[in-house]
Design a binder for this molecule. Structure first.
Ligand code: B12
Length: 226
């Protein structure tokens, strides 16, 4: 296995500097040379964190956030990436309804989680971003999924996630599904407050949870991380 340590800092720096051409070139080269696509996503994520910090301290503007999002999306859509995530896709593991909750339009983390679920063989119904709680309820009624997955990158989404769980309870659907929530800012306290069955700050950890749930016969015998 080739050692990618030299390329690592270069890629992270190119994403941080919003150099689209070089970021894509390096990502493509790394994939062709055999980098683990999950590791590549971690590197991209590191670059995005730096972009976030630069935005935080007002060196970057909203247009720069948009640009970083575009670069990440382009890497996600490289042929080697889509081949990797869709290689084992047979839709037999289980069914997941996913969406970014109301008030939030970030979708890269959600999409990465979705691709990982698909790689585990889940059928995923993606409701998109800024999803109203009523739509989550309707979709659970319509599709009868095993799992509902909520994404919310903004810290302000904690209350909305709780409302989605409450709405499912009020519609008497809560006991039919496992609920997983995901975002970098989530803590054990937020998770308890929201009332989900599991949470993850990392998409691959979350996808593993979902797979474990299904493996244990729709959740029997595997608890969440509460
Ligand atoms: C790109 C970006 C944007 C793009 C989004 C493009 C897109 N298509 O998603 C655009 C330009 C639209 C944007 C807009 C805004 N953004 Co923005 N954005 C970012 C940035 C730089 C990167 C986000 C990203 O895609 N990261 C890469 C992905 C892979 O990471 P992720 O989403 O966190 O996902 C990971 C985990 O969270 C987890 N995960 C995510 N979802 C799920 C779901 C499940 C079920 C599971 C298990 C796991 C999981 O898995 C992923 C990795 O393994 C971050 C900075 C940062 N450090 O994150 C700011 C950031 C998130 N944005 C921020 C802000 C403030 C905004 C705006 C309010 C700015 C403004 N003034 O308008 C708006 C919000 C608009 C809205 N209503 O949503 C803040 C949020 C601060 C906060 N406390 O909430 C951040 C942290 C920047 C900062 N440091 O200030 N943004």
């Amino acid at each position: 296995m080739k050692d990618f340590s030299e390329m690592k800092e270069l890629l992270v720096r190119n994403v941080e500097q919003l150099d689209e051409e070089n970021s894509l070139r390096l990502a493509k080269k790394a994939l062709v040379e055999g980098i683990d696509p999950i590791y590549l996503l971690d590197l991209m994520n590191e670059g995005m964190k730096r972009v976030g910090k630069l935005y935080d301290c007002k060196n970057y503007y909203i247009a720069d956030l948009i640009m970083s999002g575009l670069i990440f999306r382009e890497v996600l859509e490289l042929e080697e990436m889509t081949d990797f995530f869709h290689g084992t896709y047979d839709k037999k593991t289980g069914k997941v309804v996913i969406g970014t909750v109301k008030g939030d339009i970030h979708d890269i983390g959600k999409d990465i989680f979705k691709y990982m679920l698909e790689a585990y063989g889940f059928e995923v119904i993606d409701l998109g971003v800024d999803v109203a709680r009523e739509l989550f309820v309707k979709s659970v009624e319509k599709h009868n999924p095993d799992i509902v997955a909520l994404s919310g990158v903004l810290t302000s989404t904690v209350d909305e996630m709780k409302e989605v769980v409450k709405s499912l309870q009020e519609a008497h659907l809560r006991d039919n599904v496992k609920i997983i929530i995901g975002a970098n800012h989530l803590t054990q306290d937020a998770f308890r407050f929201i009332g989900a069955d599991s949470f993850a700050t990392d998409a691959s950890v979350g996808a593993k949870w979902c797979w474990e749930w299904m493996k244990a016969d729709n959740g029997q015998g595997v608890e969440g991380n509460g």
